[in-house]
Design a protein around this ligand. Sequence first.
Ligand code: ADP
Ligand code: 5GP
Length: 186
Amino acid sequence: MGKIIVIVAPSGSGKSTLLTKIKNKFPELCESVSYTTRSKRPGEEHGKHYFFINQKEFLKMRNSGEFLEWALVHGDYKGTSKKFVQEQLDLGTPLIFDLDVQGADFFKQAFPKLAKVIFISPPSLTELEKRLRNRKTESEESIQLRLRNAREELGRMNDYDYNILNDDIDKAYDELVRIISDILER
Ligand code: ADP
Ligand code: 5GP
């Protein structure tokens, strides 16, 4: 049976940076690509980072039951393809997901034995704001919304299987490699 690894972190914590490195280190891990109504950031590709669709398309998919789970995150819809996950689990493929706390909670409830959730924390809200600003991908409104949501999400940091502090990126990466090796029994 396949394994499910869910990575959760407040926006700007460094989750995407770490995930890019992790995918190179563990090529056997298959990433689920979510559907979203969010606009594409520079450098993002349709089908690689997300499937970018409009709200009408998203709601149609949602209403016909095509999402295993979906959530409204920072004002945009995000959803996980049911068909993709079912197919990969049937094949026994280890899967990795990049989700918010709602998605992580769904997987813990739906797959209590298979799903392991790793929370990545920033050193502080001040550092989180600095990282979001330095990334230069968000409007002021989006930064403020992400920071407000981060306060709530940080309250959940000890509710999951693992919690990694991303202060020094190399240290956080080494810890993540150790945890994923354990989960994959490598
Ligand atoms: P997320 O995917 O969690 O929203 P990103 O991976 O996009 O976050 O990281 C947000 C910004 O912070 C990026 O510009 C990234 O280069 C930077 N960053 C990530 N980890 C660190 C770290 N340990 N120290 C300083 N900057 C970091
Ligand atoms: P971003 O807009 O920065 O790409 O992502 C914002 C948040 O949405 C992140 O916490 C990310 O993990 C989460 N997210 C992305 N795809 C999904 C999904 O399919 N379901 C859920 N629940 N959250 C998602």
